[in-house]
Design a protein around this ligand. Structure first.
Ligand code: IVH
Length: 664
């Protein structure tokens, strides 16, 4: 194919994907693939300058504003940033800067590259009068009322600290947890899901009704001003320092780096932090720090010469969906699982991914044989975002839900978006219910792992969890893989687990939808197992964290005589639940638990948090160890977070934490 034809083809495809991405907020290809198209076009145009047309996507950034918004013309254009895909790109950038500035010691300001959308805020005499998206860099959309709903955007600044006309630039992002909550809510309402936090942020900001924006938690990180002279700054680091006291959110990772080595170390450091951050970043932006140097270097047509973006490997990839399997979970929910042609996703080979539920697959029209977009966010299981419709051959097989349990063959029952196996003796449900019962946060029976449970269930010596407490040495020793010592050890662990507390016991029962934290809250509230079992819907809903769905699940669970029989069996075999110490009328859901705090909590100071924890019976410790019960993680958690993750310590985010506190 000749260059002219290829350039035209690339331009058309990029234009199309730009529309999908920027206008519809629903991309069809991964960022990595889009970057490759753009790179190819830019390379071809660089070699054939005569073929560059003014309408080439390389000549503009983003896409035109939606017609329904009033345009906002940027007084000074918001440019783009050149990308470096690897270390070599950064080294080349540094070498150019050294050459152009004719000095060897260069100071850089290094910043995370936020994966959100660029916004400009205009203040007149200290008052926020306009705010708009970047659009094509020259003209964006005026979304002032929407921006006003974002709490991290100051509506008024110290009138005397800023010039009469003051323009701040930065990025609007949606935090990962807010994104997950938003999509969960949308799934419940049967509405289309956002592909990623950036699309959710864009979709939320570009709402004609700012009331909707107000319900979405968006965050604004300031990363610059339109002209450094507005703050009288001599460096980018200084601009950042001055924006903070004005009331802007300035990212704490931003750092001045001396020379190339420190820049490369910063990139590595931020790369290791990427997964633990509350928001998505897709790289690091490296800016020559001195404003005088920036001015000497100047700008090219679409990007400044003094700045470069190092792009991290994308957390999205595409691959072929080879098959869809069905997996039975602990509560009987049968979930579809994607079997994929193995693909490298941000450094990890992935061959299985979550497909959520049948309705989601149908809604997204994901078919076996499709090329699909895969995504990994943080440390969560990779998920299939959706099919790449343009790659369809017509031979793909539309999805059909299996309505028969793959493990026991019983008919599945539809329950909301889920399909459930209702057979209480389904071996898959039984096994997983037992793993859960024995797990660390539940009865904590060391040594009763998956392999052993599978063997015991298959050999017919384990029919329900109460059987665990009826085992004798003779039962164990005859099992495959058991010797005298291992049998004795397991019996000891089983025996130790007999004395437990109410929170653990309730959690161990595996009541659908009832999570660990709420199980402990409920324990603190009801104090005894009898009271909990007897509670009606209204009494249950009075417990923080228990809503209609969980309350119905609990009453449904205890209404089943089979479940009551298992509980009675456990009691008869000597399981004993210790009474909760303290005032019988007081609710102490954190009784006996050790908690450690990391990061900053939005709703309270650390000392207030500590007081609350102690008043609820918990103990606050300073460091993370294996025996820690919970790490309470606020915003920007420190090294304790990674340590807790590596030790398998449970992490509680602010939402769950405040829910417990509200139960006071
Ligand atoms: S500086 C020249 N600093 O990246 C204009 N941009 O790929 C660039 N971005 O549209 C502004 N984090 O939305 C700058 N720390 C950061 C950034 C950042 C993210 C975005 C920005 C821009 C896009 C270009």
């Amino acid at each position: 194919m000749d260059n002219i034809t290829r350039i035209k083809e690339l331009k058309d495809r990029i234009l199309y994907h730009n529309q999908c991405y920027y206008v519809q907020d629903f991309p069809e290809i991964s960022d990595g693939e889009y970057d490759l198209l753009m790179q190819e076009l830019m390379d071809l145009e660089a070699g054939n300058p005569g073929l560059v047309t003014p309408d080439s996507p390389s000549q503009r950034v983003g896409s035109p504003p939606l017609e329904s918004f009033v345009p906002m013309v940027h007084r000074i254009p918001l440019l783009s940033i050149d990308n470096a895909m690897d270390q070599g790109g950064i080294k080349g950038f540094h070498a150019r800067i050294v050459r152009w500035l004719e000095k060897s010691k260069i100071m850089y300001c290094c910043e995370p590259k936020f994966d959100g959308l660029a916004v400009e805020l205009v203040y007149e005499k200290g008052l926020l009068v306009h705010g708009g998206t970047r659009g094509d860099g020259l003209k964006g959309e005026d979304v002032t009322p929407n921006l006003r709903t974002i709490r991290s955007i100051p509506l008024r600044l110290d009138r005397h600290a800023v010039p009469d006309l003051f323009e701040v630039r930065g990025e609007v992002v949606m935090y990962k947890d807010a994104f997950t909550r938003l999509n969960e809510r949308r799934a419940e309402e049967g509405r289309a899901l956002f592909a990623n936090p950036r699309n959710a942020a864009a979709g939320s900001l570009r709402q004609l009704d700012s009331g909707i924006t107000a319900q979405r938690s968006l965050v604004f990180f300031a990363y610059g001003v339109s002209e450094a002279s507005m703050l009288g700054s001599v460096s980018q680091v200084d601009i950042m320092k001055r924006l903070k006291p004005l009331g802007f959110k300035v990212n704490p990772l931003i750092k001045g780096c001396h020379g190339l080595d420190q820049v490369l170390a910063f990139i590595d450091y931020v790369g290791t932090k990427r997964d633990t951050l509350a928001y998505d970043i897709d790289g690091v932006v490296i800016k020559v720090d001195a404003i005088a140097s920036q001015e000497m270097l100047g700008t090219k047509a679409r990007s400044p010469r003094w700045m470069i973006a190092y792009k991290f490997p994308p957390l999205q990839a595409t691959t072929v969906l080879e098959d869809i399997l069905f997996q039975v979970g602990r509560t009987g929910v049968v979930t579809p699982v994607a079997v994929l042609t193995p693909v490298n996703l941000a450094g990890v080979m992935v061959s299985r991914a979550s497909l959520h539920n049948a309705r989601d697959i149908v809604r997204k029209d994901i078919r076996t044989g499709d090329r699909v977009i895969l995504q990994r966010a943080g440390d969560v299981i990779p998920e299939v975002v959706g099919p790449v419709l343009s790659k369809r051959s017509g031979n793909e097989k539309p999805f059909e839900m299996d309505t028969i349990c793959p493990e026991c063959g019983s008919d599945l029952k539809q329950d909301g978006v889920a399909w459930r196996c209702m057979n209480i003796s389904c071996p898959a449900i039984l096994k997983q219910g037992i793993y859960h019962f024995a797990s660390k946060g539940a009865m904590d029976i060391e040594g009763l792992g998956k392999g052993i449970v599978d063997t015991m269930v298959s050999q017919g010596i384990l029919h329900d969890v109460s059987d665990i407490y009826g085992f004798g040495y003779d039962d164990l020793i005859k099992l495959d893989g058991f010797a005298a010592r291992s049998s004795a050890k397991l019996l000891e662990a089983i025996d130790r687990s007999r004395d437990t507390d109410l929170g653990r016991f309730i959690y161990a029962l595996g009541i659908p939808h009832l999570g660990e934290v709420t199980a402990h809250t409920a324990a603190g509230h009801f104090r005894t197992l009898d009271a909990f079992m007897a509670a009606d819907m209204e009494q249950l809903k009075a417990v923080p964290g228990i809503g209609l769905e969980i309350a119905a699940s609990i009453t449904g669970f205890f209404a089943d005589p089979r479940n009551r029989k298992v509980i009675k069996g456990l009691m008869d075999k000597g399981v004993s639940i210790s009474n909760l110490p303290g005032d019988v009328t007081g609710v102490r859901p954190l009784e006996g638990k050790s908690l450690c705090l990391t990061g900053s909590l939005e709703s309270m100071s650390r000392s207030v948090a500590k007081t609350h924890i102690e008043s609820l019976g918990g103990r606050v410790v300073g460091s993370v160890s294996k025996s820690l019960d919970w790490l309470v993680a606020g915003e920007k958690p420190g090294s304790k977070f990674a340590k807790a993750q590596s030790l398998g310590v449970k992490i509680m985010y602010e939402d769950a934490f405040t829910q417990i506190l509200k139960g006071e």
